[in-house]
Write a protein that binds this ligand. Structure first.
Ligand SMILES: [Zn+2]
Ligand SMILES: [Zn+2]
Length: 627
């Protein structure tokens, strides 16, 4: 069954009907036009399903030939003709038997019809809305008839022949299952106007240039080795340098803000996650439990942690706490494991092992607002230093009361309405009082409480969550956390979960794309490349390199046999901010000829002057190369 998750896993984002209804309709309609043209070109092709997706549509065919570029061009031209024919989309309701007769040569459509009679939609999921068998409809434009629920535009003339493009043909299994037959998936991007198409193609091109997987490979930051398995990238020396700098940067800020850093184990007994509720609410995202064998004692079985919260709770519980001790801010660069489907992992952005810039603040109820405000301030400071300027806040809540869950389906959130209400109010008040612009969204919370999510846009303009702050009254209850209040009675603390710069993997992938690999000088894995022109300049170059390294700069001295121009170009391709060229003149004057990675030539500068500039640029964490 191809559920929405599986469609996503296949690399396509399925869009629901209520999303951009105009685009939905025109993409749905264009799928029929595509199918007609494909079947005219390849009469043996058997159409299966063809949904609208984010940016366009696809259509899967049982087809054994690989279409050539010429054939794809023929199909695109034929589609334009069909569009210009202004053929109406005519709908007709049919019985299952009529359908089976109509599509008797297409086993896929027969399977779909059989599913429809059992209340399954075209993806094999239970059809929403209808309790039993769905009505079966066929739509016809021109000579082509397809099984479909609609909706469509009125006629093919409502489509713009200049606003679509067939982008590629890939393989995909029927129903997304690898034991089924491999089909041919025709992808097209489709828009309301030619201008929209052009803008989209430009975005795609720019995003491809910045794609962190591509840039990460070219700049030798990380790699994904098959032998490690999907979702376990390794950081190469340059990527490891960026990560170490990010870790230092954020832990320094945290130390100054009163956080205490700890190390806790990556694995624990299953029991810990039963108490926390992760085992009930989060098990599907965890790696399977490790059977510890011989003892055959289930209580000893271990599991890799998906989060650090229960661990930091143990830190809190390691001694009695009084109201005067609070807030206690426990932080860790916490390594954690999530069992993501292998189809959705890739690069650094979707991984199965990640290190979160994690912290848990244990606070008195009267301190919650002030502490969250403190986290927001820390976050704004860190984002400013990282050059992240465009973001907005989302208050992420639990189930939407306006759309009750279907009978039998359980909420994924902890069942405690009073807690949800008070926690949501708390977060909303903080956001309102801090004057930050925010919006609210249902069904985006953590299972134990609402969150403030920091939303950024990726290179395609899609919004995603980079950082979160959560107010939690659930886990303190589960673990019976206490502090002794001023009147000597035991009280429950509130727990604030927060990640300021996300996971190291996520943040690195985001920054690689944001900067297109050209890191600001303070984060650049190599800050200075030194290029001696001839052998007689090697010693001077090495001494300069050693002296800068001693001062904590990251330097690469190129003693290779290549020509100077090639060495300069190599360093610039690796996005090294400064290239220092050393020749006779420079050596004599204790100077360096400074080239920037942008290609700009600053000319000769005394070494001391260059060092002063470098120091200023690094200390200020500016994005500029020259202050
Ligand atoms: Zn349709
Ligand atoms: Zn947590």
């Amino acid at each position: 069954m191809a559920s929405e998750a599986e469609l996503k896993a296949a690399g396509d984002k399925y869009i629901p009907k209520d999303y951009a209804p105009t685009l939905y309709k025109l993409r749905h309609s264009l799928a029929h036009v595509l199918a007609q043209a494909v079947v005219e070109k390849f009469p043996q092709a058997k159409p299966t399903i063809g949904p609208p997706i984010e940016y366009g549509l696809y259509y899967d065919f049982d087809l054994d030939v690989n279409p050539t570029d010429g054939e794809l061009e023929w199909i695109a031209n034929r589609m334009k003709q069909i569009i210009k024919g202004k053929h109406p989309f005519k709908v007709r309701e049919i019985s299952a038997d009529e359908g089976r007769e109509l599509f008797k040569d297409n086993p896929y459509k027969i399977e779909l019809i059989d599913g429809l009679t059992k209340g399954k939609d075209e993806y094999g999921d239970a059809a929403s809305g209808s309790g039993g068998a769905a009505t079966i409809t066929v739509y016809q434009q021109d000579t082509f008839v397809d099984l479909c629920r609609g909706p469509h535009v009125e006629t093919t003339g409502d489509l713009d022949p200049k606003a679509f493009k067939i982008t590629q043909v890939t393989g995909s299994y029927w129903r997304g299952k690898s034991d089924n037959k491999m089909l041919k998936r025709f992808h097209a991007t489709a828009w309301a106007s030619a201008d929209d198409l052009k803008a989209h193609l430009a975005r795609v091109e720019e995003a491809a240039k910045r794609d962190h997987r591509k840039v990460g490979r070219e700049l030798e930051l990380f790699s994904n080795e098959q032998v490690f398995g999907a979702g376990f990238p390794m950081l190469l020396p340059k990527g490891a340098t960026v990560r170490r700098l990010l870790e230092q940067f954020i832990t320094d800020y945290e130390r100054k803000a009163g956080y205490l850093h700890v190390y806790t184990p990556d694995a624990a007994k299953v029991e810990l996650y039963k108490i926390s509720g992760h085992w009930d609410h989060y098990k599907d995202s965890m790696f399977p439990q490790m059977d510890m064998g011989e003892s055959d004692n289930e209580d000893e079985d271990l599991v890799l942690r998906p989060m650090c919260c229960p661990h930091h709770i143990q830190v809190y519980k390691s001694k009695p706490r009084s109201y005067r001790d609070l807030p206690i801010r426990i932080a860790e660069l916490g390594k954690m494991y999530r069992y993501e489907r292998s189809g959705v992992v890739g690069g650094l952005s979707r991984v199965r092992c990640m290190t979160l810039n994690d912290a848990h603040l244990f606070v008195r109820p009267d301190q919650v607002k002030q502490e969250i405000a403190g986290v927001l301030a820390l976050m704004k400071k860190a984002y400013a230093d990282l050059g992240i300027t465009e973001y907005r806040f989302r208050l992420s809540k639990n189930d939407d009361p306006a759309t009750p869950l279907p009978p039998g389906k359980e909420s994924k959130y902890a069942n405690n309405p009073a807690m949800w209400e008070s926690s949501i109010k708390m977060l909303r008040d903080v956001l309102t009082e801090s004057g930050l612009p925010f919006y609210e969204a249902w069904n985006e919370a953590a299972f134990y409480g609402p969150k403030i999510d920091v939303q950024v846009k990726d290179t395609m303009g899609r919004e995603e969550t980079l950082s979160t702050i959560q107010a939690d009254q659930h886990l303190p209850e589960q673990f019976k956390l206490e502090f002794k209040d001023s009147d000597d009675t035991p009280k429950r603390p509130v727990m604030i979960h927060r990640g300021v710069i996300s996971t190291m993997e996520r943040m690195m992938s985001y920054l690689i794309e944001l900067y297109a690999g050209a890191f600001p000088v303070w984060l650049a894995p190599v800050q200075v490349a030194i290029v001696p022109i001839a052998d007689r300049h090697f010693e001077f170059a090495q001494q300069l390199g050693a002296s800068l390294t001693e001062k904590d700069y990251r330097v690469d001295v190129d003693l290779g046999t290549g020509r100077m121009q090639a060495k300069i170009r190599d360093a610039q391709l690796m996005k090294v901010p400064y290239v220092l060229v050393i020749g006779d003149k420079e050596m004599a004057a204790n100077a360096v000829a400074v080239r920037l990675r942008t290609g700009e030539d600053l000319g000769a500068k005394p070494v001391a002057e260059f060092e002063a500039m470098l120091e200023q640029v690094v200390k200020s964490r500016t994005l500029k190369l020259v202050p």
